[in-house]
Design a protein around this ligand. Structure first.
Ligand code: C5P
Length: 228
């Protein structure tokens, strides 16, 4: 078989992107972190006064601005990763903040936001040879993907991982805040009407709560070799 499409979905902070990035590198595939795209739109809304003090989003105003948003993944050779640029500015760091995490699931529930981003994602993957991670990749973006994984772990395990990451980045945050955010995003992502987070029927469920990175990678690489 030639190049395939690999869809990696699952709950937040399951380490999807770490695995997806490594898999893409090993296979010589493109890697796309779709969460970064929803985060960039959320950052735009926050920076342009489209979310009020009560956390209400001005949906019509945001929808009207969508065509002006230029989202690009720009490779950073030094770090060996691609960074999200929004309208020409590197926003990689800001999009990972707790502030953005606090709003992103609400922004991602807006129909027009999803339509725009799903269109861009489908275009990016039209030639296959791609590993894309997100919430709806195997169900909506690439329902015909040859390999679909659904990653999960308990909210506590995921919050502990995320907490450590944020502390390492110097963000001042408590474990309880992170746990609450993880649980709240799970709730909004799984209950929204459009493209809710759910396992595709043909996805392999992968609980990585007790699994080290090496073991996860080996297993997932093995899955890919059975399909390619
Ligand atoms: O993957 P990450 O945790 O960075 O995603 C941030 C948020 O973006 C998720 O909690 C979800 O609300 C939204 N998202 C989505 N669909 C995707 C990717 C992310 O709704 N394909």
């Amino acid at each position: 078989m030639g190049k395939i499409t690999i869809a990696i979905d699952g709950h937040s902070s399951t380490g999807k992107s770490t695995i997806a990035k490594r898999l893409a590198k090993t296979l010589g595939y493109i890697y796309v972190d779709t969460g970064a795209m929803y985060r960039a739109v959320s950052l735009y809304a926050l920076n342009h006064g489209l979310i009020d003090a009560e956390g209400e989003i001005d949906v019509p105003a945001l929808v009207q601005k969508l065509p002006q948003l230029k989202l690009r993944f720009v490779p950073n050779a030094d770090l060996g990763i691609s960074e999200m640029h929004l309208n020409g500015e590197n926003v990689e760091r800001e999009i990972r903040s707790m502030k953005v995490s606090g709003y992103v699931s609400k922004v991602a529930a807006i129909k027009e936001v999803r339509e725009m981003l799903v269109g861009i994602q489908q275009e990016m993957g039209k030639d296959k040879g791609i590993v894309m991670d997100g919430r709806d990749i195997g169900t909506v973006v690439f329902p015909d993907a040859e390999l679909k994984l659904f990653m999960t772990a308990s909210p506590e395990t995921r919050a502990a991982r995320r907490y450590k990451e944020l502390l390492d980045k110097g963000e001042e945050v408590t474990y309880d805040e992170v746990l609450k955010n993880v649980q709240e995003r799970d709730r909004i992502d799984s209950t929204r009407t459009i493209s809710p987070l759910k396992k595709a029927k043909d996805a392999i469920e992968f609980d990585n709560g007790d699994m080290g990175l090496e073991e996860q990678f080996e297993r997932i690489y093995d899955f890919s070799q059975r399909v390619i």
